[in-house]
Design a protein around this ligand. Structure first.
Ligand code: EPZ
Length: 419
């Protein structure tokens, strides 16, 4: 087990390059299973979830190698269609392999996915959509056995909610299906656009990706390609929040401002000065931060649920009362009790959290409850008086490349220790 030891009250200042996006790299790696050829993915973040996705590809009989931030995959010899239970439990996004394996092999067997405990993580929309495409799905003792004896066929699919994972699974299953598929009320997250661009690089015929209606015309096969993963927009929000809470200033390079259009105004309402360019963002904060009236998490292009805990951390020291409404996940306030242990004044009930800014936070022994909740505790610790010991770091390593090195490079006093 490892922990982070953080000495608080050090201003964040300097320039940092944004890592590749975890939530794009994972569906792109699943998509590699569709291609009959060599794929080179650049700017892949070095994360435990990425390594887990590579292990799934290897289990399926694909060749997969990591060299720093470059991952090479060759799925020409793919043979397996079963994803091992332990790998499925390791991360929720492994469900997105379902569409890719079905698309390539016509059958798939995997258990219900695990991942962060953000509340029930149903996959009913994934299953309903795949059934519309001709997939027969039986659930036996927690394992989904999927077959499509007559092959996948295109369908008109209307999602009741713009689910990111369901949109990705349908796109992957539709690439090699017979006929046309249309996804109505599709997720519009930038990672969806990245996946569509990648699949088209491999010879797919997709349009409308990034909008709420996506059109896919099935083709006979996909070939290899070379592609660069988009930058991680949640890492952008995380580093902006770290600079904001410490009264610092930071320049983020390879940061796509358009991906965080809904978050920049929140930092400006907190009193930060933000200059946003095509591929870099500058933020300068002054103390004390100001509270923000109401933040509501919504599907893209609304305020991202993944930034909720991260921005809440900064608001714990903002002067006044801020209100947050979490509309996407049922149980995404598990970090609140840990923030309160550090002296924050936050009350969460149902979807709503009320944050009363405090003058001081105090270093404490805290535990990461999930990926973004853990990042929120790091942010609070940067501004807390004294030392914070943050355990369960493996949850943070799922989404951030060596977070202690990133933050140390811009002035934080943070180190990783074994316990
Ligand atoms: C993706 O999760 C991201 N993960 C999440 O990021 C992100 O929070 C989420 O999208 C929303 O933006 C990856 O991309 C790997 P959803 P996903 O399907 O696909 C419900 C992080 O911290 N739902 O859009 O699981 C679901 O329960 C992670 O990086 C159904 O009810 O999100 C949730 O309440 C956390 N039935 C809501 O929709 C379904 O069939 C959003 O889920 C599917 C989803």
């Amino acid at each position: 087990m490892q922990k982070l030891v953080i000495e608080g009250e050090n201003r964040i200042g300097g320039e940092i390059h944004i890592q590749g996006a975890k939530n794009s790299a994972l569906p792109l790696l699943a998509a590699c299973a569709l291609a009959d050829g060599e794929i080179v993915l650049h700017n892949c973040p070095r994360l435990s979830d990425v390594y887990a996705a590579c292990r799934i590809l290897t289990c399926l009989g694909c060749r997969c190698s990591n060299r720093g931030n470059t991952v090479e995959v060759n799925a020409r010899s793919i043979s397996g269609y079963c994803v091992p239970d332990e790998l499925m439990r390791e991360m929720r996004s492994s469900i997105v392999f379902l569409g890719a394996i079905l698309g390539r092999l016509g059958e798939c067997s995997l258990s219900f996915p695990g991942g962060c405990e953000l509340g029930p993580r149903p996959i009913d929309m994934h299953i309903a959509a795949l059934r519309q495409m001709g997939v027969s799905i039986k659930e036996e003792h927690g394992v989904l056995r999927c077959t499509c004896p007559k092959g996948l066929k295109g369908a008109k699919i209307s999602l009741s909610f713009p689910s990111v994972g369901a949109t990705e699974n349908i796109m992957l299953a539709a690439c090699l299906a017979k006929g046309d598929t249309v996804i109505y009320n599709a997720a519009r997250e930038p990672e969806i656009a990245d996946l569509g661009n990648f699949l088209n690089c491999c010879g797919a015929r997709i349009s409308g990706h990034g909008s709420s209606t996506i059109y896919i015309t099935g083709v006979r096969g996909l070939h290899g390609c070379e592609y660069r993963v988009m930058p991680d927009r949640i890492a952008v929000c995380t580093l902006m929040s770290a600079a904001a809470i410490t009264g610092g200033e930071i320049t983020l390079t390879d940061a796509r401002a358009r991906d965080v259009d809904a978050v920049i105004p929140v930092f400006e309402q907190m009193g930060c000065t933000v200059f946003a360019y095509e591929d870099r963002i500058f933020l300068s904060a002054k103390r004390p931060l100001k509270a923000v009236r109401t933040i509501r998490t919504m599907p893209y292009p609304g305020f991202p649920t993944d930034a909720q805990a991260i921005v809440m951390a900064a608001l714990t020291k903002a002067h006044g009362t801020s209100v947050i409404v979490e509309n996407i996940f049922e149980n995404r306030y598990r970090h609140v009790d840990e923030l309160v242990r550090m002296g924050a004044d936050v009350k969460a009930e149902g979807k709503v959290a009320v944050v009363e800014g405090v003058g001081r936070l105090y270093g404490a022994n805290v535990i990461a409850t999930d990926l973004r909740g853990g990042a929120a505790l790091v942010i609070a610790a940067l501004a807390a008086e004294g030392e914070t010991n943050l355990s369960n770091v493996k949850l943070i390593d799922r989404g951030y490349e060596e977070i202690e090195k990133q933050l140390s490079s811009v002035g934080a006093k943070i180190k990783r220790e074994s316990v």
